[in-house]
Design a protein around this ligand. Structure first.
Ligand SMILES: Nc1ncnc2c1ncn2[C@@H]1O[C@H](COP(=O)(O)OP(=O)(O)OP(=O)(O)O)[C@@H](O)[C@H]1O
Ligand SMILES: [Mg+2]
Length: 368
């Protein structure tokens, strides 16, 4: 099956010399939901605008279903874009907003009406078809923007932070709708978001960008459990990173807290290299100071840290522990209250922190 979207060595240098996107390579399969995440200014919007045709390409290629579209104007591309502010026309009714793209493509009024009716029905907009933007709620505006993007039946829907303006509750319900819609229509989504939790929930794969480059492309669960770079380890999840030197490429690292074991995620790392071990807050298991140390050492194959509890916070079924390691460095544990031995875990007491080696990841040292 030919891929829906292919970015080949894609680059964008803005006039004035800002290098916004550098050698981006990405293949998106048909019907896939791919999110672009990364800090402000890392090139997400620029990438999306190049795909949509609103921004020229400095170098590289964009292919949609195998066809090079570098030089096609936006309205000739099989893409639709939904922007953060939705960009509805305030003087037009919901229906006219939705039919706008069809009119621009020269589609006759009878067919326009039929297609707008169909999408409005799907998105539950028929009852408000004659209203204007000012009379719509945030969620309704969002659905109108979606309808407007979908009514032209794009192969690829490009969404730039479309949920940014919604409050938390509405955002969650629109997230669900969006995912459902994407599944039933089978359209490919490229979704830009600041909120990593949103990307983790919605996406088939996540692209993490940093300074115009792709750091990692992974399924959400893999991204979370297996960061391949220090940047991703800091950006996704709540990890503690500990510096050390790789003793053995199979995953033994010497740290200031003693030797530790993890899975080496960077194939360029060799024994003797400076490296760091990533300790995910969710994988760290607390044990009371009175526990049998030898048994814990064996259980965790030596991945055992001694620490002192600074604060404990229990919310519903999770227990958040902030603790200080032997050198005073803070570490975060996020566990289930169902775990045994929670009684002695109070501020001021000492504890052992265990981490199973398969849940720790070893990445490169930070670049200087
Ligand atoms: N029209 C422009 N002219 C010059 N530089 C630009 C232009 N648009 C964006 N840039 C720069 O390109 C870089 C990437 O910007 P872009 O808008 O793609 O980032 P982003 O990842 O979408 O950020 P955000 O999360 O803040 O929306 C930034 O350094 C930005 O200042
Ligand atoms: Mg942006």
């Amino acid at each position: 099956m030919v891929a829906d979207l292919e970015l080949v060595a894609l680059r964008k240098t803005y006039p004035g010399g800002v290098s916004a996107v550098e050698d981006v390579e990405l293949v998106v399969e048909q019907g896939e939901f791919v999110s672009l995440v990364g800090p402000s200014g890392c090139g997400k919007t620029t990438t999306l605008r190049m795909i949509a045709g609103f921004e020229s390409i400095t170098a590289g290629e964009i292919l949609i279903r195998g066809q090079r579209i570098n030089d096609l104007p936006p309205e000739k591309r099989p893409t639709s874009t939904i922007f953060q502010n939705f960009a509805l026309f305030p003087h037009m009714t919901v229906r006219r907003n939705i039919e706008y793209g069809l009119a621009a493509r020269g589609i006759k009024s009878a067919e326009r009406r039929e297609r707008s009716n169909r999408i409005m029905e799907k998105l539950d907009l028929l009852t408000i078809a004659d209203r204007k933007e000012a009379g719509l709620s945030g969620g309704q505006r969002q659905r109108v923007a979606l309808a407007r993007g979908l009514v032209v039946e794009p192969r690829i829907l490009l969404l730039d932070e479309p949920l940014g303006a919604l409050d938390a509750n509405l955002r969650r319900s629109v997230q669900n709708e969006l995912k459902l819609l994407q599944r039933t229509l089978g359209i490919t989504f490229v979704f830009v978001t600041h909120a990593q939790s949103e990307a983790l929930i919605l996406s088939d794969r996540i692209v993490v960008m940093n300074r115009g480059r792709i750091e990692q492309v992974s399924r959400p669960a893999d991204l979370y459990t297996r960061p391949r770079t220090p940047f991703v380890a800091r950006f996704i999840g709540r990890n503690t990173l500990v510096m050390g030197r790789l003793k053995d490429a199979s995953g033994l690292i010497e740290t200031s807290y003693g030797p530790m074991r993890g899975v080496v995620a960077d194939s360029f790392l060799r024994a003797g290299d400076a490296a760091q071990i990533v300790l995910p807050a969710e994988a760290l298991e607390p044990h009371r100071e009175t526990s049998n140390e030898a048994a814990l050492q064996a259980q965790y194959q030596g991945n055992l840290l001694s620490a002192r509890i600074l604060a404990v916070e229990v919310v519903a079924h999770t227990r958040l522990i902030r603790a200080a390691l032997s050198d005073g460095r803070e570490i975060l544990l996020d566990g289930h209250t169902g775990h045994a031995g929670g009684e002695g875990l109070v501020a001021g007491s000492s504890l052992w922190i265990g981490l199973r080696p398969e849940e720790a990841t070893i990445v490169a040292a930070d670049k200087r």
